[in-house]
Design a binder for this molecule. Structure first.
Ligand code: DOR
Ligand code: ZN
Length: 349
């Protein structure tokens, strides 16, 4: 058995649904899935059932996490453009500000005209993360040119979106972007076959878009799972919500890409560890590491620790199964089992 040792991976984009929708996921199952996928730090999004737009809701979220987490975790704050008085109160306790400019789960889309006011109001230097698909890139560009605050474009999914980020970088704007494995490994045709289980925002794109992104991986700053669990019952309903889980499949998919020569191992570490740590100011601990068994295996729904219990990659053969995880020197995961006690992870900001 060949073992690869990696630093603890960082996922800057997960939806752990706690509080409010713990039938989909909770902080214990979500951070367990993180460890099973080699992630020792996750940054959680604010589109909870009640969006995290006030200090009271942030407090309640942190209190719930405190009791349950088995990995480290940080929280992005939310805004609908009407809570600027809260920003100073939370700035030291969050990792960034998430703004939705397109429709997705939760319907927390802002009025695009308010983006500039949000930029002016956000204090300090922590990143603003945008869900900004191609249709709103002009507004993003104008806003960023007028108020050049550090901006991360979440889940770029197409040639047009990545080209926009590349051009903004050329103009010297403080912009980075992430890509999800589902946008790298699934086409819109796969989406048709998967039905609701391939239904997410942004939508899956064409092979041409995917080829463009693989050819320009140097312009992609990081990989983010956008782990977005929903129950099978919800997915099988007449109005399936957007989103797919990803914490346990991101690393094996990316290691398989390395084995196929689509990415180097150095790029994998940079996009799943070094760059996320630098961008979000996350302290790196040498005693936090992951040992991965590099044998081939098949992703199976029944083996997943996420509460939703399914993956759009069920049945896919990959290399790289997380064997052991050490968090700050303590063995917290081994051979499919979480060893850490609930509440033993750290809350970061
Ligand atoms: O597919 C998605 N699901 N995209 C998002 O932006 C949100 C996420 C969710 O929260 O379910
Ligand atoms: Zn998301």
């Amino acid at each position: 058995m060949s073992i690869l040792t990696l630093p603890g991976l960082i996922d800057v984009h997960v939806h752990l649904r706690d509080p409010g929708q713990t039938h989909k996921e909770d902080f214990y199952t979500g951070t367990s899935a993180a460890l099973a996928g080699g992630f020792t730090t996750v940054l959680d999004m604010p589109n909870n059932a009640e969006p995290i737009t006030t200090v009271e809701r942030l407090d309640a979220k942190i209190a719930s996490a405190h009791k349950q987490i088995v990995s480290d975790i940080g929280f992005h704050f939310g805004t609908l453009g009407d809570n600027f008085a809260e920003f100073e109160k939370v700035i030291d306790r969050v990792t960034g500000l998430k703004v939705y400019m397109n429709v997705t789960t939760g319907n927390f889309k802002i009025d695009a005209d308010s983006l500039i006011e949000i930029y002016k109001a956000w204090p300090g230097s922590k990143p603003i993360l945008l869900h900004a698909e191609d249709d709103v890139s002009d507004i993003v560009f104008k806003t960023l040119a007028a108020v050049p605050k550090q901006t991360h474009i979440c889940h770029v999914s197409s040639e047009a979106e990545l080209t926009f980020v590349m051009k903004a970088k050329e103009k010297g704007l403080p912009i980075t972007c992430g890509i999800t494995p589902h946008h790298l490994f699934l086409t819109s045709e796969d989406g048709d076959k998967l039905g609701a289980y391939g239904h997410m925002k942004p939508f899956l794109k064409s092979q041409k878009d995917i080829d463009f992104i693989w050819a320009h991986m140097d312009a992609v700053d990081l990989i983010e799972s956008d782990h977005a669990p929903h129950t099978r019952e919800e997915k099988d309903s007449d109005t399936p919500p957007f989103g797919v889980p990803g914490l346990e499949t991101t690393l094996p998919l990316m290691l398989t890409a390395v084995a196929e020569g689509k990415l180097t191992q150095a790029q994998l570490i940079e996009k799943l560890h070094t760059t996320p740590a630098r961008l979000f100011g996350i302290a790196v601990d040498e005693a936090t590491k992951v040992e991965v068994d590099m044998s081939e295996y098949e992703i199976k729904n029944k083996d997943l620790l996420t509460k939703c219990g399914w993956s759009p990659f069920n049945g896919r053969k990959v290399v790289g199964k997380v064997k052991t995880v050490y968090l700050h020197g303590t063995k917290v995961f081994e051979n499919g089992k979480v060893l850490a006690l609930p509440g033993s992870g750290k809350i970061i900001s």
